[in-house]
Write a protein that binds this ligand. Structure first.
Ligand code: SF4
Length: 584
């Protein structure tokens, strides 16, 4: 039986046409996921393409273990990012990967732009361009999901990816919401959907996936499942990533009030422990994942006009959301924080960029760089949930020139209004919630998507702190590149990074064997480096130069657990990184 993984589905929204192409050679060379997606992006995206132009492709890719092994449940999206103007990459779970794989595709390429709002309905080989005029401009992305669930077949196996108002209005950090609690959150995939008038994709299928040795497949599957159900993974199920709020705060590494501080006085009120004790409603999982790390808070609220009637909203929370919409904005009420998270979900915004943008705006207003004239009458103050809630809506609705600018990110906004020194973005992408030491920030600067997920610099800092050792810039860069290269393998197999300690080279080789492929540790590492090189090549092609990286002054002003950061280490680190990445 042929493996449908090598089928690439092309969709042209301008001409309303689609076709499939066999790309076995590409999947053999680059595995799947990130590896395949970066090659397809380089092929399909002409140099210098405007991220919001019809020529910017959206690539969605899954991997050879998807549907066969647990937790290979992520879909990789690649595109040119409207936020950074360079390589855009975002990963999403839910049912997205399993649905694409069972529909019979390894990758989907969407190009062109529709003249009127559409959504794609892909049920195996049955592909339709559907009118989305009725759901375009609908205020709540959750309602859009509900309508599509009723309209489309595939209940229980389908995935529904859709944008909210922010994506329609081309906010550069608009997200794509998948199912209800998962997202292609970062780097503005939602705006690329919006620029194509693509409201949603519904996808399902029932294709078979071939296995060459059923007996060893069963054995390897059971071994993997057991490992994923072990104590090592329980922490993700129990408190989830929100468990990090307390230790990072105690360490002095939790960015607070636009990183003017690295400890939040009210951290306990918004910690994972508080959420678990007072709000946790249930835990859910992405398809084919025994870990179930998605934590949903049940927020009971009274109806405004009916004081005796209550509604209960289920709101997903995790570390990054708590940092970005919580400590970064000085929010100390967990209820207020949950409401902000819900707002961001409904509007289809990336929580991290939104929180960092609002934190910048608050400081800018306090310093007199912007006034109520710009903010549409709002006085932004730390811990003022009402103003933040309004501001989030103003960003999504793009109500005036200032919010249109803020919707393009803090680097763009500060280049227009001033306040660059406290605009917390790296390579154009707003910062994640770690101020642990030099490795985390060097990691953001050199990582291919400027994210903590690229190379986990925060972990390098924390390990060095635990050993009481100071790493040289060269040691830091070596560790960052080694980690990022290995993560290319995981993201090409679309394995959730939480399982990085389980899917080691030996287990991956075994799993490959059961699908008739030989691959050893050395070859895996070679491919990892090759994928990293392809990404770096694309970034250079689009104008990225490591040594020209802008570093916000603020990270040198606010102390980290490793002490105050030194500019010399950064200058040296960037030089070394450039040389090393050039020579891969
Ligand atoms: S561990 Fe969490 S994010 Fe990862 S696949 Fe499972 S449920 Fe999804």
């Amino acid at each position: 039986m042929n493996d449908p993984l090598s089928n690439v589905l092309h969709i042209d929204l301008s001409r309303k046409r689609f076709w499939t192409e066999d790309r076995s050679e590409l999947f053999n060379e680059m595995i799947g996921g990130s590896g395949v997606a970066i090659k397809l992006l380089a092929e399909e995206c002409p140099k210098g393409t405007d991220p919001l132009a019809p020529e910017n492709p959206i690539i969605l890719a899954v991997g050879p273990l998807t549907g066969l092994y647990p937790i290979a449940s992520k879909t990789v999206a690649m595109f040119k990012s409207p936020l950074t103007g360079n390589l855009g990459e975002s990963h999403c779970g839910g049912r997205s990967a399993i649905a694409i794989r069972f529909a019979g595709y390894g990758a989907i390429i969407i190009k062109g732009s529709s003249e009127t709002p559409v959504y794609m309905s892909i049920h195996g080989d049955k592909i339709r361009f559907r009118d989305a005029s009725v759901i375009w401009k609908m205020a709540n992305s959750t309602t859009v999901g509900r309508i599509l669930r009723e309209k489309e077949s595939g209940s229980g196996i389908r995935s529904i990816m859709r944008i909210g108002r922010a994506g329609e209005n081309l906010v550069s950090y608009a997200s794509v919401v998948t199912e209800t609690y998962r997202h292609f959150g970062r780097m503005g995939l939602g705006a690329v959907f919006g620029s194509k008038q693509l409201k949603a994709i519904v996808i399902s299928g029932k294709k078979n996936i071939p296995v060459s040795d059923m007996k060893s497949y069963r054995e390897t599957y059971n071994e993997t499942f057991k490992l994923l159900s072990s104590a090592e993974m329980r922490k993700y199920h129990e408190l989830g990533t929100s468990m990090n709020i307390t230790p990072l705060n105690e360490l002095g590494a939790l960015p607070t009030k636009n990183l003017q501080e690295s400890k939040f006085e009210n951290a306990e009120a918004i910690s994972g422990e508080t959420f678990e004790k007072n709000f946790l409603g249930r835990r859910v999982a992405c398809a084919h994942c025994p870990v179930a790390c998605i934590h949903l808070a049940a927020l009971r609220e009274v109806y405004e006009k009916e004081p005796y009637f209550y509604k209960t909203e289920m709101i997903s929370y995790d570390y990054e959301l708590i940092f970005a919409l919580g400590s970064m904005l000085g929010i100390s009420s967990p209820q207020a924080l949950l409401k902000l998270m819900d707002e961001v979900e409904i509007l289809g915004l990336d929580a991290m960029s939104t929180g960092v943008a609002l934190a910048w705006a608050t400081e800018a207003q306090q310093k007199g760089i912007i006034t109520t004239k710009e903010t549409n009458g709002l006085k932004l103050n730390w811990n003022d949930e009402e103003s933040y809630s309004k501001a989030v809506n103003y960003i999504a609705a793009q109500v005036n020139e200032f919010y249109k600018t803020l919707g393009k990110g803090v680097i763009y906004t500060s280049s227009k209004y001033g306040g660059k020194e406290f605009a917390l973005a790296f390579g154009g992408n707003e910062m994640p919630g770690y101020h642990t030491g030099p490795a985390t920030h060097l990691g953001f600067l050199i990582g291919s998507r400027h994210s903590h997920l690229d190379n986990a610099g925060y972990s390098i800092d924390q390990k060095a702190l635990a050993k009481n050792s100071k790493l040289t810039p060269e040691e830091i860069i070596n560790k960052l590149i080694e980690e990022e290269a290995w993560r290319q393998i995981l993201s090409s197999l679309v394995i959730c990074f939480f399982a990085r300690g389980i899917y080691k080279p030996e287990l991956i080789s075994k799993a490959f064997k059961t699908i008739g492929k030989e691959i050893n540790e050395e070859k895996l590492k070679r491919i990892g480096l090759k994928i990293l090189k392809e990404k770096y090549r694309f970034k250079k092609r689009e104008g990225f130069i490591i040594k020209n990286s802008e570093i916000p002054e603020r990270i040198f002003e606010t102390t980290t657990p490793s002490g105050n950061l030194s500019k010399e280490i950064f200058n040296e680190g960037l030089k070394i990184a450039e040389l090393k990445l050039d020579s891969i």
